[in-house]
Design a binder for this molecule. Structure first.
Ligand code: ADP
Length: 261
């Protein structure tokens, strides 16, 4: 199935933390939106789809296919294709990087994946940390509550810091109490944030090991945190590319998977 004659395809990524929907036309993401994951996922997807089609001023008949992926992919009926999230990520990044990507580090809401892909965008292998929240978007959300600062400010604030606070704990619960102690000592919030970035980057670098093959791309919602990307690149001793809208790669890959049957 393809999007011939200017038709549209839709990719939906039902993630652990956010539901993402993209509308794709001739390979371009022409509309996208992320909303928090909540009960009633099928209804949320219907609403997003209606909103997207209204925004791009297209009737439902112009949609040639809908593909779903992500943890909640089994919760939505009436779709043309269901694809696993790792293959969707591989394919999406392959297209968005112009075929250059060989390794993807995906930092999602509740897991981190290191995915290696072929020059045709197929999955070679992957490893995942889904046992522990440390190093995931969830970890930053816990920190955001303690520090009373939205996660979207972590990147801009962290980048201003030259002497990050030392956060040794790699476990969310211990890091939480470390953060509270640092705040009680009067350590500036941005220094704590940059310390968290370093602690998370060390953890992700451990997961990645020596298996990174150039070109390396960072995606998932937490990849929008520019300070985290910079610290991780330093930790890995390599260049990391972050494309615009990194939270939507997987949904986009699902949509593009409709072209290959
Ligand atoms: P999942 O697919 O597992 O639901 P996502 O890839 O959608 O996860 O990522 C969700 C995470 O992205 C959230 O935990 C959130 O903290 C993080 N996130 C989203 N936007 C930003 C941003 N602008 N800066 C930092 N983190 C962000």
């Amino acid at each position: 199935m393809s999007e011939a004659n200017g038709q549209l395809t839709i990719g939906v990524d039902l993630g652990s933390t956010a539901i993402k929907l993209v509308v794709v036309k001739e390979g371009k993401m022409i509309w996208k939106k992320a909303v928090p994951t909540a009960p009633g996922q099928a209804r949320i997807v219907d609403q997003l789809m209606a909103e997207g089609l209204t925004a791009v001023v297209q009737p439902a008949e112009t949609v040639s296919g809908v593909a779903v992926t992500g943890y909640g992919k089994g919760l939505v009926n009436g779709v043309h294709k269901v694809i696993d999230e790792v293959s969707a990520n591989a394919l999406g990044m392959h297209h968005l990087s112009g075929g250059k990507a060989r390794t993807i580090i995906n930092i999602g809401g509740q897991d981190v994946k290191v995915i290696r892909i072929t020059d045709s965008g197929r999955l070679r292998d992957f490893k995942m940390n889904d046992k522990c929240a440390a190093g995931t978007g969830r970890f930053f959300e816990v920190a955001a509550r303690i520090l009373d600062t939205p996660v979207s400010d972590f990147g801009p604030l962290g980048r201003t810091v030259e002497d990050p606070a030392n956060i040794n704990s790699t476990c969310t619960v211990f890091a939480e109490s470390e953060m509270v102690s640092l705040m009680a000592e009067g350590v500036a919030k941005e220094r704590i944030i940059q310390g968290l970035h370093q602690s998370v980057a060390r953890r992700i670098a451990n997961l990645a090991g020596d298996d990174l093959e150039n070109e390396i791309y960072l995606d998932g919602g937490a990849a929008a945190n520019s300070a985290l990307g910079e610290v991780l690149a330093d930790e890995l001793y390599c260049d990391l590319c972050v494309l615009p809208h990194p939270q939507f790669t997987v949904a986009y890959g699902a949509a593009r998977s409709l072209e290959v049957g």
